[in-house]
Design a protein around this ligand. Structure first.
Ligand SMILES: Nc1ncnc2c1ncn2[C@@H]1O[C@H](COP(=O)(O)OP(=O)(O)OP(=O)(O)O)[C@@H](O)[C@H]1O
Ligand SMILES: [Mg+2]
Length: 212
């Protein structure tokens, strides 16, 4: 079983949105996928309550039971566990990061978000985890490619020494709209640019982390 942990000590960077989207895509490839919702806000669990499909499975957990839960899920043949973590949860975030094969840190491209990423990077470095940063909520690319704010964010992030996903996830209403009905954008508007970006991100993560 492979484990991806979505980590960002800052709130609202896209941990839940990306957990759901990556898990739905993996489940659509016939992997047995579970999202571990260790955020007391339980956003992923509420999404699952609105969902009609049974896959991926969403299980509310706490950091203290995570290790035991992982052993059980692995023995049940789960292929991929996606851990959605809470913001401002230093201790829990360390546990979830330690257990991960791959840690994904979403950040928005704005300066305040970029400055806040330091604490998440510190966690990753303290455990020598394999990790990447993904820019989320970005302005759409224009005719000439990425907007300046996105390429400037890449430059600012280069100093952390952690790879940044080549695809930036744009701010697209379909990404949040799809969640209202308990879906992901790849189900809700599968031909959309938003769905393309999510697929591109998943493919890149898979290359980095060899998920299947
Ligand atoms: N790329 C995007 N395009 C449009 N809306 C987005 C995008 N990413 C996230 N959002 C919206 O931004 C809000 C915050 O996203 P999300 O809940 O995924 O962040 P989070 O990191 O899980 O937050 P928290 O730290 O509170 O758990 C949500 O309303 C979500 O629908
Ligand atoms: Mg969340």
């Amino acid at each position: 079983m492979k484990i991806i942990t979505l980590l960002a000590q800052k709130g609202g960077t896209g941990k839940t949105t990306l957990s759901i989207h990556l898990a739905v895509l993996a489940a659509a490839r016939n992997l047995k996928v579970v999202i571990a919702d260790i955020d007391p806000q339980q956003s992923t669990t509420f999404w699952n309550e609105r969902r009609t499909d049974s896959a991926p499975d969403v299980m509310p957990m706490t950091a203290s039971t995570l290790k035991q839960n992982i052993t059980e899920l692995a023995s049940q043949g789960v292929n991929l566990l996606v851990i959605d973590t809470a913001p401002h949860s230093h201790e829990d975030a360390i546990i979830a990061a330690q257990l991960a094969d791959f840690i994904l840190i979403p950040t928005r491209p704005a300066i305040l978000d970029l400055q806040a990423i330091g604490s998440s990077v510190k966690i990753v470095k303290s455990i020598a985890g394999k990790a990447a940063i993904v820019l989320n909520g970005c302005p759409f690319p224009g005719k000439n490619g990425e907007r300046a704010i996105v390429s400037e964010a890449r430059e600012a992030l280069a100093g952390y020494g952690i790879p940044v996903a080549p695809v930036a996830i744009s701010n697209r209403v379909a990404l949040s709209h799809s969640l209202i009905d308990g879906k992901a954008v790849t189900e809700f508007e599968s031909e959309s640019k938003a769905a393309d970006e999510i697929r591109e991100l998943m493919n890149w993560i898979n290359q980095e982390a060899h998920l299947w």
